[in-house]
Structures are given as structure tokens and as C-alpha cells.
Design a protein around this ligand. Structure first.
Ligand SMILES: [Mn+2]
Length: 416
């Protein structure tokens, strides 16, 4: 009897990403080691990585080393094939540069959309070399790869035409996959990959996902995946199904990229194709937490109590602290620093809501400048410049990163 064929679907690793300037390589290394073990234990036949492998189009050498180290390890497990598509964060050319040599290891890397999807059809085989699945591995659809822009088109025109082009592209790869399937005695199931924002998908605050991104492709309706038995999606960082259909799915990112997601666990998705079943069986595999993140919010006594509790727990954790008390505390940073001294707790970011509120009501005077931290002044500037609420988290993160770099430099010089 033919065995089931098992896929592991993951996406949005964003290798090289940091949090408030803090590097996360150790965490990434722990995740990838765990993943190799999980693939071995779960006897996975093929791995699908649905985009945003790296956080930037110019990933650091450390990030790239982690990626290649993982690929080297994973092909030594029982796994036979890997399919990787580029996401909007990846450089299509950088990702696809080693594609030819990786292909010899049965690792298929798709950097950019090909005309008619000709290069995007990958046939996955089992240990007996029997074809079991046909994958349409469609990379992130960039406007310039899909169509020619015409002069004078409006934003709406652009958006509509790009959406039509994406729909047409998926129609063509579905056709290509059907044709590839026809030559086999039993039709293998068809799987699509995509790195897109599908209509109805959820995001969270500070997620780093742009609803509208370069090339102006907004949200695509789920019906563009017509004809596929499973759709492995990337781009949204929370694990979720789309349009109520469990076979159209975002695996979600394997790490928490911000403090706002709370204690919700991250996962990778296992998709089993049984020869006798029309639809695949789907389950998720929880990713262990390699770095604990806590967001604390409250007035001074609430923060003191929460920090004391965390100290007692002795779990190393990164903290984002929001002060909401009525009393103005000028030396908030120093006081919180004392409360976490000699502990496993590490404060990455402090928000002083009370001061922000006061500043809103008053002009910034010289006296106030003396008691404010640089972060509080920055928040004040955001306020008076009327920066839209949804742009602030990103600016704030960038600002925290700058402060951190500056403080590191000053540490080296012996401080202020
Ligand atoms: Mn992403």
C-alpha cells in the first residue's frame, strides 16, 4: 500500500531580523536545529518555505550562513525535497543565485515569476521515485515581473491590472500543473505556493506586514487558487486559514517579531496526502519559544509587582514596558533599571504614556527637556508632527534601534 506523503509548510523566517536593535541569531539557530529534528521525527517528505526567508534584500553573512547550514542538515534527514519561494523581503536574485547547484540536491529555489509560470512547476517524488505531488511554486508577484506599466495609469488602474495579472498567472500555473499531472497514471494532488495578502487575512500591530506594498498589490481574493488541493501561503505572520477553508493556509512566522502577539504560540504546518483521501489531513506543530517576550503595562506599583513576580520566576525574558500611571515619573528608566538589576530580565523598550499625555497638553519647555528621556521627546515630536498612528510603531522601533547603537558607542567610549 502506498504510504501517505507528508509536507511541512513554513514561511516568514525573516532570518537576520532584530527586535529593538537586539540581534536574534541564537534564537534562529535554536529554531532551525529544532526544525531539522522535527522534520526527522515527523518523517516529513518535503519542505515548503513560502517566502521571506531573509529579513532584508541584503542579508548579513550570519543570516546566510544559518540558511545554508540548515539546508545542509535538512537534506541529510529522511526528507527528499525542499521548495523555496522568494517573499517581498527577499532579493529574488540573491535567493536564486545558487538555484542551479541547489537543484542537484533537490532543493528548488524560485526567485521571480517566470512567463506563464514555466519554471514554477516542481514534481515531488517519494522514496520510491513515485511522483506524489505537483507544486506550483509562485514567488512574490512583483509588478514589474508581471506586466508592463502604461503611462498615466491611476493607482486604481495599477492595482486592478496587477490583481488581474496575478489571477491570470495562477490560472496559468494551475493549467501547467494539470498538464504535468496528466502524464501520470493516478493524478497527483496539486499544491500552490504564494506570498501574498489574501483577502480576509489577519495581521497584528507591529507585525511588519505592509497591507499595501511595493508594486501596489493589495489583497487578493482566495478564489485565484481555484483547482489546487492545498495552498501554502506566506506573508502574514500569524498562523491562519483563509476564507474558512482549511486547505488555504498561512503557516505563520516561527518567531514572535513583536511584543503585541502575547503568549500565543507559533507553529509550522504538517500536510498529509493519503492516496485514498481526496483532501489532505492538516495539523500544526508548535515551535518551542526560544526567547520569552513580555509586555508589561500599568502604574508604578503594578509594574513593581509584575517585575517582582518575573524576577522570582527566574525565566530569562525580554520586556517591553508601558507606564500608564497618573504620577509623572521623570526617572522612570532608572527606576525600572533598578527593579531589573541582577535579574534575567532585559528591558528592550519603555513607553511613558503619562509624559506623552502631558506633553500633548503643553509646549516643550527647557525645564521639561531636563527631565525627559530622548524617547519621550521623540514621542512628543511624533505627536506634534501629527504622524499617523499606524506609522508610529515602525518609527519608534527604528528610533529605539538608533538609541541602542548610540548607547553602545558611548559605552565603548566610557559613557557620557
Ligand atoms: Mn513576512
Amino acid at each position: 500500500m502506498t504510504k501517505k506523503f507528508r509536507l511541512l509548510h513554513t514561511s516568514d523566517w525573516h532570518l537576520g531580523r532584530s527586535l529593538y536593535g537586539r540581534r536574534r541569531y541564537a534564537e534562529y539557530e535554536a529554531f532551525l536545529d529544532w526544525l531539522v529534528g522535527a522534520i526527522e521525527r515527523a518523517q516529513v517528505d518535503a519542505l515548503l518555505l513560502a517566502g521571506d526567508v531573509f529579513d532584508s534584500t541584503t542579508p548579513s553573512t550570519q543570516a546566510q550562513a544559518l540558511y545554508y547550514r540548515f539546508l545542509g542538515q535538512v537534506i541529510r534527514t529522511g526528507l527528499r525535497q525542499v521548495v523555496i519561494i522568494a517573499g517581498n523581503h527577499d532579493s529574488p536574485t540573491l535567493l536564486a543565485a545558487p538555484a542551479e547547484i541547489l537543484k542537484t540536491l533537490d532543493i528548488h529555489v524560485l526567485g521571480m515569476i517566470s512567463s506563464g509560470g514555466a519554471n514554477e512547476i516542481v514534481i515531488l517524488k517519494d522514496k520510491n521515485q513515485t511522483p506524489r505531488l505537483i507544486v506550483a511554486a509562485v514567488p512574490y508577484p512583483r509588478d514589474r515581473d508581471l506586466r508592463e506599466a502604461s503611462v498615466g495609469e491611476s493607482f486604481e488602474d495599477k492595482e486592478r491590472k496587477l490583481l488581474e495579472a496575478v489571477r491570470e498567472h495562477y490560472r496559468q500555473v494551475a493549467l501547467g500543473a494539470e498538464v504535468a499531472a496528466e502524464i501520470f497514471e493516478t493524478r497527483p494532488p496539486l499544491v500552490a505556493m504564494g506570498h501574498l495578502f489574501v483577502l480576509g487575512g489577519r495581521t497584528v500591530e507591529d507585525d511588519g506586514v505592509d497591507a499595501l506594498h511595493v508594486g501596489s498589490l493589495g489583497q487578493v481574493p482566495a478564489d485565484i487558487f481555484f483547482g489546487f488541493d492545498y495552498v501554502a501561503l506566506g506573508h502574514l505572520h500569524q498562523s491562519q486559514i483563509v476564507g474558512g477553508d482549511p486547505t488555504r493556509r498561512y503557516s505563520g512566522a516561527p518567531l514572535h517579531f513583536n511584543f503585541s502577539e502575547g503568549p500565543k504560540s507559533k507553529s509550522v504546518t504538517l500536510v498529509d496526502f493519503h492516496p485514498s483521501l481526496a483532501t489532505p489531513t492538516i495539523s500544526t506543530l508548535e515551535v518551542p519559544i526560544f526567547q520569552t517576550l513580555y509586555r508589561l503595562s500599568g502604574d508604578m506599583s503594578e509594574l513593581e509587582a509584575a517585575l517582582e513576580k518575573l524576577r522570582q520566576a527566574r525565566t530569562p525574558a525580554w520586556l517591553e514596558i508601558e507606564y500608564t500611571g497618573a504620577e509623572i515619573i521623570g526617572d522612570l528608566r532608572a527606576r525600572l533599571g533598578e527593579l531589573t538589576a541582577d535579574s534575567e530580565l532585559d528591558i528592550l523598550c519603555i513607553r511613558n504614556n503619562r509624559l506623552a499625555g502631558t506633553l500633548r497638553a503643553s509646549a516643550l519647555s527647557g525645564d521639561l527637556l531636563d527631565v525627559l528621556t530622548p524617547g519621550e521627546i521623540f514621542r512628543y515630536c511624533l505627536e506634534i508632527a501629527r504622524v499617523p498612528e499606524n506609522s508610529r510603531p515602525e518609527l519608534w522601533a527604528a528610533y529605539c534601534e538608533l538609541l541602542r547603537i548610540l548607547s553602545l558607542e558611548n559605552d565603548e567610549k566610557g559613557g557620557f
